[in-house]
Design a protein around this ligand. Structure first.
Ligand SMILES: *Cc1c(COP(=O)(O)O)cnc(C)c1O
Length: 232
C-alpha cells in the first residue's frame, strides 16, 4: 500500500471518529486534500484512492497541475493569498475560493467568472486570532463584507474560512473554531444561508470538527512533510 493511500485512509478514519465524538453526521464533513508543493503524480495517486477535492495555494503551480490532470474529474479549491491582478485564472479554473478577504477581489472574481460555469463558491477568510501579520478580514467587518459579496452575481457565498494561530492542546485549539461557528450562526440569524466552515488542518482538524467544521483542509497528514520537497 502506498503512503498516500494509507494516509488518506487514516485521515478518513480520524474524521469519522471525530464526527462520532462530536455527535455529528459524517456526511457533513468534507476532506479537502491540500496538494501544494507536491507534484501532479501525488494528486493522481490520491485520486486513485478516491479523493476528488484538492486545495492549492500558489497560482502558477496550481495551474500547471490542473493542466496536467485535465483527464480527471477533480474539484479544485484555491486557498492561498490572492493578488488582485491574478483573479482571472482563479475565476476560470477553480470551483471554490476559500481566501477572499476584501470586496475588490470578490468583485473581480465575479466579473471574471466565465458565464458557462456555475457560480464560484466563496468563503470569507477571517483573521480569527486577530494577528497583525495574518490575512483575513477582522471579525467586526465580516457582516458588512458578507452582505456585499452575497449580492455579486457570479459568486455563491458559502461561508467562512480561518487559519487560527497554532495551539498545542485540543481545548485551546477549539476556542477560535468556536468563535468561527458563532460568527456563521450570527450571519445566518441575519438571513444569510451559509453552510460552510472551512477550518482545521493536519494538526488541529479533530478540534475543528468538534466546533462544526464542514471542510477540513489537510496537507501534511496526507502527502507528507513539505519541508522535504522544499516549502515555498
Ligand atoms: C498548507 C495549508 C493547509 C494544509 O496544512 P497542513 O498543516 O499541511 O495540513 C491548509 N490550509 C491552508 C490555507 C494552507 O495554506
Amino acid at each position: 500500500m502506498t503512503a498516500i493511500l494509507s494516509n488518506l485512509q487514516a485521515a478518513r478514519k480520524a474524521i469519522v471518529q471525530a464526527t462520532k465524538t462530536a455527535n455529528r453526521n459524517v456526511a457533513d464533513v468534507r476532506l479537502l486534500a491540500v496538494s501544494k508543493t507536491f507534484p501532479a503524480e501525488a494528486v493522481r495517486e490520491a485520486y486513485q484512492a478516491g479523493q476528488l477535492a484538492f486545495g492549492e495555494n500558489y497560482l502558477q503551480e496550481a495551474l500547471d497541475k490542473i493542466g496536467e490532470l485535465r483527464d480527471l474529474p477533480l474539484e479544485w479549491h484555491f486557498i492561498g493569498p490572492i493578488q488582485s491582478n491574478k483573479t482571472r485564472p482563479i475565476a476560470e479554473n477553480f470551483a471554490w475560493v476559500h481566501s477572499v478577504d476584501r470586496l475588490k477581489i470578490a468583485e473581480r472574481l465575479s466579473a471574471q467568472r466565465p458565464p458557462h460555469l456555475p457560480p464560484l463558491n466563496i468563503c470569507l477568510q477571517v483573521n480569527v486570532s486577530g494577528e497583525q501579520s495574518k490575512s483575513g478580514v477582522a471579525a467586526e467587518e465580516v457582516m458588512q463584507l458578507a452582505l456585499e459579496i452575497a449580492s455579486l452575481p457570479h459568486l455563491k457565498l458559502r461561508g467562512l474560512m480561518a487559519i487560527p494561530s497554532p495551539a498545542t492542546d485540543e481545548i485551546a485549539q477549539r476556542i477560535p473554531f468556536a468563535r468561527m461557528r458563532a460568527m456563521l450562526e450570527m450571519l445566518n440569524s441575519q438571513g444569510m444561508m451559509l453552510d460552510t466552515l472551512s477550518m482545521g488542518m493536519s494538526h488541529d482538524y479533530p478540534a475543528a470538527i468538534h466546533e462544526g467544521a464542514t471542510i477540513v483542509r489537510i496537507g501534511t497528514a496526507i502527502f507528507g512533510d513539505r519541508t522535504l520537497g522544499g516549502e515555498k
